[in-house]
Each structure stands twice: as C-alpha cells, then as structure tokens.
Write a protein that binds this ligand. Structure first.
Ligand SMILES: [Zn+2]
Length: 222
C-alpha cells in the first residue's frame, strides 16, 4: 500500500483508516483541521448509532498534508486537487495515466447528495472544474463508478434545484416543516433518498437563509 488519501472529513469516508499505516495517510490541511475539530463528535455519534460495531474505532489524523499538484506514487501519476463545496475541504484525484477521476463526495450518482457542511455556490463551481477534466472513468463518493460524467451533472442539477426550491419556499414565507413537503422537480424525484436528503437540506439551509435575510430583533443591530 503506497498511500491513503482522505477526500474529506465525513465519518463514512475516514473511519477505518486506522487499518492502514498511519504514516501513509494524507489529506488536505482543511480535512486535518476538520478532523481535529469534529472527529471526536463524529465518533461519539457513531458509537451512539452503531454501538458495538464501532468498538475499537478511533480517529487517526493524517501524518502529512496534501498540496495541489502531481504526486508520482505506486506507479501512478496523480493530480491532487484540494477543493471545497461538499465540505470546507474536499480532495479530488485524477490519475493522469489511467484517466480515472476520484471525485469523493463532490459527486454523487443515483443517490441524493448530502449537505450538512456544504456551500452550494462553491460546490457547483468545483463541479464545473471537474467537468472540464477529460476522464474516462469517474468514481463518485456514493453510487457506481461510470464511464461518463453523469454524476457531475446529476449532482449539479440536484444542488441547483434544491437551492431554488428552498429559496422559493423561504421567500413565500413557508416555515421549515412546510418547505420539507415542497415538491421536487420530476427528474430528481427518483434519485435514492431524494426526500430524506431534501428534508435534511432544508434543515441545513433554512437557518443560513434566516440569518442572511431576516432582520435581527431584540436590540442586536447589524
Ligand atoms: Zn461527505
């Protein structure tokens, strides 16, 4: 095993890394910071959910930080692209010899994207950049590997659609519960966990809209 890259700090993408040589684990600086800040609370939450299945699982911090550029390792020539959008720090990797693009959770395919740490504007910008890469195979963070770039288009379509629906609900004065019941565009309803993730996204994005657009009360001047 030559190297382990952590694409972002979400628990389903980092826990279990202790199975590898700690000296070979690497991630962008923002992922390391995110793990320092959030890793133990992710671990607590996972113990609460998974109980004994989590026994012995610990947060292992990467020993080195990824920087933008090419890494020749393990017979591969990897273009390392620290970006952001799905979280504050995401890593995409392009294998320049095989044409394989590993998108991490910057791309989902046939499974609704998750947004607890997302910045949708940044995310769609990053997707535009990934879309310009001439890959011949793409591995999304969730969903099957594919020979096209459907994951990039579907993730972008989903993000733009839910942003529009949520903002429209907010501007119409609907509360969060009402917004959660809003219809999704027909083409997106069939994606796995569409309603579940849309509901979660309302919970993530409504408070941001409220703090950005509602006047403060109670004597706190902006
Ligand atoms: Zn994630």
């Amino acid at each position: 095993m030559a190297r382990v890259y952590l694409t972002h700090f979400h628990p389903d993408h980092v826990f279990g890394n202790q199975g590898f040589d700690a000296g070979k684990i690497t991630a962008p600086e923002g992922v390391i910071t995110g793990l320092k800040d959030l890793g133990n609370s992710f671990s607590d939450a996972m113990y609460y959910i998974a109980r004994d299945w989590m026994r012995g699982t610990e947060v292992v911090l990467p020993s080195t930080a990824v920087i933008e550029g090419i890494e020749d390792i393990g017979g591969r020539r990897l273009r390392l692209m620290p970006r952001a959008g799905h979280t504050s720090s995401d890593l995409a990797i392009y294998d320049e010899i095989s044409g394989l693009l590993i998108a991490g959770d910057l791309a989902f395919l046939d499974r609704a994207p998750t947004t607890p740490h997302a910045d949708i504007a940044t995310w769609t910008t990053t997707l535009g950049e990934l879309n310009s890469i001439d890959c011949n195979r793409l591995v999304p963070g969730h969903g099957p590997a594919e020979t096209g770039k459907r994951a990039i288009a579907q993730t972008r379509d989903w993000l733009l659609a839910i942003r529009d629906v949520i903002e429209r609900c907010f501007n119409e004065g609907l509360d969060m519960t009402e917004a959660m019941a809003a219809p999704l565009p027909a083409g997106l309803q069939q994606i796995a966990l569409a309603r579940y993730e849309f509901t979660r996204s309302v919970m993530h994005l409504y408070p941001k809209l409220e703090s950005a657009k509602l006047p403060s009360v109670g004597g706190r001047e902006k």
